[in-house]
Design a protein around this ligand. Sequence first.
Ligand SMILES: *Cc1c(COP(=O)(O)O)cnc(C)c1O
Length: 440
Amino acid sequence: MIFPANSEHPRHTQEQKNGALFEEAQSLFPGGVNSPVRAFRRVGGTPRFFESARGPWLHSADGRRYLDFNMSWGCLLHGHAWGPVVAALRRQAGRGTSFGAPTRQENRLGSIIRDRVPGLERLRFVSSGTEAVMSALRVARAATGRNLVVKFDGCYHGHSDCLLVAAGSGLAEASSPDSAGILKEAASSTISLPYNDSAAFAAFMETRGQLVAAVLVEPVAANMGLVPPIAGFLEGLRAACTRHGALLVFDEVITGFRLAPGGAQEAFGIRADIVCFGKIMGGGLPAAAFGGRSDLMNLLAPAGPVYQAGTLSGNPLAMVAGAAALEGAADQRFYAGLEDRAAGFEAQLAGSARAAGFHFVRVGSMFCLFATAGGAPPRNWQDVVACDSGKFARLFHAALNRGVYLSPSPFETCFVSAAHSARQLARAARALAQAMEASL
Ligand SMILES: *Cc1c(COP(=O)(O)O)cnc(C)c1O
């Protein structure tokens, strides 16, 4: 084992303990979890229960430790229990955890975000990425007086009714709408087109562009494994939206504050009309936001006619955690350091991945291992579902046995945090190379 377990207990009693916890969870929660992909259904086996975490390490209830590449689905840019975030939370907790009234802490995080994000003049805080995207579309429909929303197959934008159409991740393999309990009518004004297919998009906009309120996209698709935009794809979206009077909405819930201080807009040099954030900006607490030009954002109540609200929106604990996380990633140097380390990891791993029939795909500090049968890495959802999910499951468990915790689904991205040292990454690369060989 590359990362030895730090426990004296024999392995079988450890597994019994974890199994007992999951059994109890199954008697409490549907499927034993409070968010589906945690249940390990895509990789099989029993999900691990974790007791504590620090830096890049997860410590399980059964006394093992794992080098974490899930990082709470990308929330933890600086790793677990990062000093400045913990200190900010301690300070704030003693001063009150929720006021239901405006706070200085909201102003502070709001200013940090506005200063970094291109074109963002006003924003609103919410508590989840789902809410951010749902509310952004409400604004887009109000601003344009139009109904249709265009999204792309395999992009996930949270679980609001009208967006559970071809939504990747936990929803993989279903058809539209992706979930029971959703009115056909709610999903019927959502059009899902193939990602990275500029021609299909242009053809759609030529005939129906004047009906489109918003074109919604993950600028780097990170909920169908990891699929970067091909050259010209995002530019084509921007040009068509401008031409047809539709709003371009970037869902930067994953890419925001990860690819660059100003997110994907800055990284790709493309300006969206509304941008949605989540994950990193809460520093590991529930916070999300959407924002854009003030003429659009001022449509929101109480300034305008679009209703939107939240009891815990702008929660002071989440605000101070988010501010600490973003202040720790204030400049290009931070991102260059993360890029260097992730690129070194790629260099150590890409060759053995190829030899074992995997594609290592990386964008900045995000990466993914696709079990492709040779050829090119996936460019869209169709390519992604053609990958060998059984082989990914074997890789996942072989890695887990070697103390490496990958995201537990072939449709999820993995994350390198600032807490992963070059040495830990080198050891993880060796462990993953062995795991890939073992999964052949
Ligand atoms: C995680 C995610 C969401 C949903 O955020 P929640 O906080 O889980 O509601 C939306 N869009 C993207 C791109 C995401 O990765």
